[in-house]
Ligand binder design. Structure first.
Ligand SMILES: [Zn+2]
Length: 194
């Protein structure tokens, strides 16, 4: 029987190439070994969808690793969160918390680990800077100055002082974003440039 790869948006079918269980071989390689950069699984985990596309998506609830977007009446993304639980319960909680959203969009990442999901949530918060997000969850890319203070790289003296980092962020020399009252720096790029 003809199989279609179960990774979101992957169009590979079993008559085109090798399959391992429900996955096409490039997607399977990426999920199991983090290689296979020509797979849809890789593209799903490393790209961020543009705002217009997120706002235009229809809402399909799920119980799976997902990142969700609360969207206001005037089509602004005002909150980004991630969830492993039944979406309906999560949404009810947000309604009670008073975030004035009108619609919700959900992106599903069935193959993600908890760390990958938090990374994705963090990347979207950094990208959209939603009004009702007050912080970025712990992740490898976006780190606050106090997170950076305790990284081994800083202890080894490879990178800069906190004041130096702040200056570099403010002058645009390093990629940074302000969420709530906290400044977050793209730690990956910083290490690459150090
Ligand atoms: Zn695939």
């Amino acid at each position: 029987m003809l199989k279609k790869c179960i990774i979101d948006n992957c169009t590979n079918t079993s008559d085109q190439g090798k399959f391992i269980g429900e996955y096409c071989s490039p997607c399977h390689e990426y999920i199991t070994q983090k290689k296979g950069i020509y797979s849809q699984a890789y593209r799903n985990s490393n790209s961020l969808e543009p705002k217009e596309q997120i706002i235009g998506k229809s809402f399909h609830p799920c119980i799976c690793p997902s990142v969700y977007f609360l969207i206001s009446k005037d089509k602004e993304i005002i909150y980004v969160g991630s969830s492993w639980e039944k979406e309906q319960e999560r949404i009810q909680r947000h309604k009670r918390s008073g975030i004035p959203f009108e619609t919700i969009t959900i992106l599903k990442f069935p193959e993600f680990s908890p760390e990958e999901l938090l990374q994705k949530e963090a990347d979207y918060i950094a990208k959209f800077q939603p009004r009702y997000n007050k912080s970025i969850p712990k992740n490898e890319r976006w780190k606050s100055l106090s997170d950076i203070r305790v990284t081994p790289e800083l202890k080894k003296g490879i990178i800069y002082s906190i004041a130096g980092l702040k200056n570099m962020a403010e002058s645009g020399k390093i990629e940074s974003v302000k969420i709530g009252n906290t400044l977050y720096i793209n730690h990956e790029k910083l290490l690459k440039e150090s």
